[in-house]
Every structure is written in C-alpha cells, then in structure tokens.
Design a protein around this ligand. Structure first.
Ligand code: NAD
Ligand code: TYD
Length: 340
C-alpha cells in the first residue's frame, strides 16, 4: 500500500509515521505537512533514510498541489491528521481552524473521489461530542452521542466529520473516521497540558492550571491510538465512525500532581490561572465498538505511559528546547503573559 499521511510532522501523525514505516517495510508512507508552528521535521529525523518513507512539504488546502501529488504518487489511501489542533489557539484565531480543518479536509475528500483512492481516513476527536457533566460518571460518549462541539477547534473538527460522512452518503466514497480522546507520549508539542507541565517543572517554572483543575480528560498513550487507526484503515467498515479511548479519566490537577511527583518537584509550583473560555468539563470515551468489531485494546496503562513519557522528555531535551527557543516563546507570552 502507498499511504499519504497528512500532518505527519505533528505529534500523533509523527508517531504514526514512525509506527507504520517500521511495522510495514513493504508499504510506502508519504508524509505531507505544511510545517506550521506545530510541525517539526526533527520528529521525522529518525525516518529520513528509510526507503519506504518520503516527506513532502505542502498545504492540504492547496487543491492543485494535492491533485498533482495524487497524480504523481498514485496513493491507495489518505489518512488525514493535518489540522490546527490547539483549543486555546482556536479561541484566539478561529479562521485558520475553519480553513485547514474544514476546507483542507474537503480538498482531500475531493482528491479521494477524483483519483478513486481505496480509503480516506479522517482522524477526529472526542471533542466533537462537546462535554459531559462532572457529577454523572456513568455517562460516556458512544458513536451515536449527539455532536455538540464547544470550541472553534471542535466545531471545525465536527464540520469535517459531517463533510466526510456526507461524501460517503452522496458519492459512496470509502471513508472511515476515528474519534479519539486526549493523547500523550513522545513528540507532543510543549504547549499542550502534559508536555507543558513536564518542561516547566523541569525548569522550576510555575505550572498554569486552568480554573480549579477539576476538568477531566480521558488519556490514551499515542501508540495505542496509532494502532487503532491502522486497524480501522485495514479492517474497519467504510462509512463507519469508531471511538478510541482507554477508560483513563483523570482530573487535570491529578495529572499535574503525578508529573510533579515523578520529577521530585514541589506542588508549590502549581499556579491556578483564569479558566479557558467555554472550557469543556469532562470527556469520556466508550470504546466498545472498536473493541468488539475490530478487537482493538489499549496496551499501555497510564501509570507506565506517563513514566515513559517523562523519561522521553528527560532524554530528548534538545527536541523540546529547540521548540521553546523559537516562535513558541512569543505564543507563550501572548497566552499567559497576563495570567501569571
Ligand atoms: P499537531 O498540532 O501536533 O500536528 C498537526 C500537524 O498538521 C502539524 O505537523 C502541522 O504542521 C500540520 N498542518 C497544519 N495545517 C496544515 C495544512 N494546512 N496542511 C498540511 N499540514 C498542516 O496535532 P496532533 O495533536 O498530532 O493531532 C493530529 C490530529 O489528531 C488532529 O486532526 C487532531 O484533531 C486529532 N486528535 C488529536 C488529539 C490529541 O490529543 N492531540 C486527540 C484526538 C484527535
Ligand atoms: P490540552 O492539552 O490543551 O487539550 P484539550 O484542551 O484538547 O483537552 O488541555 C488539556 C486540559 O488541560 C484542558 O482541560 C485544559 C487544561 N490545561 C491547563 O489547565 N493548563 C494549561 O496550561 C493547558 C495547556 C491546558
């Protein structure tokens, strides 16, 4: 198989490229990435000499470019990770979220149709379901849960999902969608909760916890997500949505305390800051469908995954220090300058 992986220089797409290139030497993986602030070629450095891997810089919104790529490479499959992915940035600048996440997805759907590709897989998120209350632990998102996005980010992802399903219904396009909970692991851009807290704790800087830190996220180790996507692309039923999650709900403040304990740093570093506008309270995925129909199960327990992730950040300081010394610094000041 020849697979175009869009957004492969980002966190999950990068981990996916590593997994696919090393697991399937007979498949060819072509990473297409615009290299926005979130794309980092250093993530793909270990793959650069692999015969079954190629990197191409480009924008999924650029129709001519995407069509030319499909003509020259003749891929079988497109897996779309490319997105603007940070909720906080979507509060500051929604436009680019609609452009990349909605219009970019449409270009890829059109390319799938025009070049008769065997599959288009949309990497989506549990955030399209909105949030759950904190006091109803029995409630979880299944695939039929109503779409009720809260942020410009999740609204743009929900729009892309609807478009993808509409192309299935209208054009019989061979599509699948995965909706996963929050991921953590290596190569996670250090503006998201877990890598941000690790690097700031290592530098003995205050850890900004939004509101009271009670919001709950359902954490999944990134490799488990990559394996789920691979399984859906190979064995999933077209036109179907699969939720992906590992029943691992944690309040933000508990995650932060675990990180501090692992690093031997004091809880006095915690700094409660103004809450995120429209902050979703709780996410919780019901993954029964993918477990039952495709036999997927998460393999990494949070207790092990978080230790491994912290170790990775300790052993790969240059990877995140290079990010922090660049544009990230300006972003950080804009976002937190008035809060801390
Ligand atoms: P990320 O921000 O780390 O990476 C996104 C990548 O897309 C970057 O490499 C960026 O350069 C690239 N990109 C952005 N705009 C582009 C464009 N117009 N054309 C081509 N490339 C472009 O994101 P991530 O955390 O790796 O998330 C990947 C996907 O998974 C996203 O679609 C996201 O919605 C989804 N998702 C993420 C999580 C999570 O916890 N991070 C959970 C569920 C789903
Ligand atoms: P984030 O990693 O941005 O993922 P998402 O918003 O997509 O779930 O945030 C995870 C949780 O951590 C979310 O409830 C917001 C919270 N958070 C903080 O408390 N402080 C921070 O500095 C960040 C980035 C997030």
């Amino acid at each position: 198989m020849k697979i175009i992986v869009t957004g492969g220089a980002g966190f999950i797409g990068g981990n996916f490229c590593h997994y696919m290139v090393n697991t399937y030497p007979d498949d060819t993986i072509i990473c297409l990435d615009k290299l926005t602030y979130a794309g980092n070629l250093e993530t793909l450095e270990p793959l650069k000499d692999k015969k079954n891997f190629k990197f191409i810089k480009g924008d999924i919104c650029d129709r001519d470019f995407v069509y030319e790529l499909c003509e020259s490479e003749k891929p079988d499959v497109i897996i779309n990770f490319a997105a603007e992915s940070h909720v906080d940035r979507s509060v500051l600048e929604p436009d680019v979220f609609v452009k990349t996440n909605v219009l970019g997805t449409q270009v890829l759907l059109d390319a799938t149709k025009k070049y008769n590709l065997k599959r288009f897989h949309q990497v989506s998120t549990d955030e399209v379901y909105g949030d759950l209350p904190l006091d109803r632990p029995e409630l979880m998102f299944d695939e039929n849960y109503k779409i009720k996005a809260s942020s410009p980010y999740s609204a743009s992802k929900a729009s892309a999902d609807l478009l993808t399903l509409a192309y299935y219904r209208t054009f019989n396009l061979p599509v699948t969608i995965s909706r996963c909970s929050n991921n953590y692991g290596p190569y996670h851009f250090p503006e998201k909760l877990i890598p941000l807290m690790i690097q700031r704790a290592l530098n003995d800087e205050p850890l900004p916890v939004y509101g009271e830190g009670k919001n709950v996220r359902d954490w999944l180790y990134v490799l488990d997500h990559c394996k789920a996507i691979d399984l859906i692309v190979r064995k999933g039923k077209v036109g179907e949505v699969y939720n992906v999650g590992g029943h691992n709900e944690k309040a933000n403040i508990d995650v932060v305390k675990i990180i501090l304990k692992e690093l031997g740093k004091p809880e006095s570093l915690i700094k409660y800051v103004t809450d995120r506008p429209g902050h979703d309270l709780r996410y919780a995925i019901n993954p029964e469908k993918i477990e039952r129909e495709l036999g997927w199960k998460p393999e990494t327990k949070f207790e092990d995954g978080i230790k491994y992730t912290i170790k990775w950040y300790l052993e790969n300081r240059p990877w995140w220090e290079h990010i922090i010394s660049g544009e990230y610094q300006n972003y950080f000041n804009n976002m937190y300058g008035k809060r801390i």
